[in-house]
Design a protein around this ligand. Structure first.
Ligand SMILES: [Ca+2]
Length: 284
């Protein structure tokens, strides 16, 4: 009996010893822990789980028409993105920042594309989004028969010309325009103007009378077309080109004098104006 018990104890010790040896072997032979393979910002091209930085533009969605001249663009990045750059087509890229929206404008009537780029690390090319996200949208802030400036917001300096246009939009049988607007003569002066080609798009000759006052900050222009066939023009086009000069840093509005501004047809009947849209010039 004692011999059997001794044999059992030896067997148990042997088993325990074997297990202990296995544990030690395991501890020695187990390789160091692998880096997690789902690290999304591991730029190693050999890492099949790498997820490139990516931007989604939330608004405006492509194809949107904005009825306001200022358009707020919002976006988001995928997990791990820490910085974005944004740009309106034709403009410069912004500095990298963590902002996820920007309001552009006031923008002129027309079509635009906005681009946004994301990065996990702006200092490593492989961690910057390859192709920026983009969205195309249209600004149609002026609607109905209108007079407006183009562009609605313009920046200029103390040297060089500041070129602005006066546009008639969505007119029918327009033959005569009287437009009066004011500006801040401490910020800008109106140096010159010239008739554009919209009123003569059916031929004919332009008769004009203009009076500018760079002390009061007021400009009045009367334009009519004679000898055109048909006598009036329809649609949208530029009436006059205006050239301002900056005189001091600041913001000047270009403000229509509603009571004195009018459109007339070939029968000399007034054409109802839906909107007179003012503009701003900033001199830096
Ligand atoms: Ca429009």
């Amino acid at each position: 009996m004692r011999r059997i018990i001794t044999a059992l104890i030896l067997l148990l010790l042997l088993l325990a010893g074997t297990a202990g040896c296995d544990m030690i072997v395991d501890m020695i032979e187990e390789p160091p822990e692998e880096p997690p393979v789902d690290n999304p910002i591991d730029p190693d091209p050999g890492n099949p789980s790498f997820i490139a930085p990516n931007t989604t533009i939330l608004s405006p969605s492509s194809g949107t028409t904005s009825t306001t001249a200022s358009v707020t663009v919002t976006w988001q990045g995928n997990q791990g993105v820490v910085a974005f750059q944004d740009s309106l087509a034709g403009g410069r890229w912004s500095a990298w920042s963590n902002r996820t929206s920007r309001t552009y404008g006031p923008l002129d009537e027309g079509s635009y594309a906005v681009f946004v780029l994301a990065a996990y690390d702006t200092t490593v090319a492989a961690l910057i989004e390859d192709t920026p996200a983009s969205s195309s949208f249209t600004v149609d802030a002026v609607q109905g028969t209108s007079l407006h400036f183009s562009p609605p917001y313009l920046e200029g300096g103390l040297t060089g010309a500041i070129d602005m246009n006066l546009v008639a939009e969505d007119v029918t049988d327009l033959m005569m325009v009287k437009a009066v607007f004011t500006f801040d003569p401490d910020i800008v002066t109106l140096d010159s103007w010239s008739a554009s080609d919209f009123l003569t798009s059916n031929g004919g000759t332009i008769l004009s009378y203009a009076a500018g006052d760079n002390t009061a900050g007021r400009f009045e222009i009367n334009l009519s077309v004679v000898g055109a066939d048909p006598a009036g023009v329809s649609g949208t086009g530029t009436l006059i080109n205006l050239t301002f000069a900056g005189t001091a840093a600041g913001l000047s509005s270009l403000t229509f004098v509603d009571a004195e501004t009018e459109l007339r047809d070939p029968l000399n009947d007034p054409i109802a104006i839906v909107q007179l849209v003012d503009a701003q010039i900033r001199v830096r």
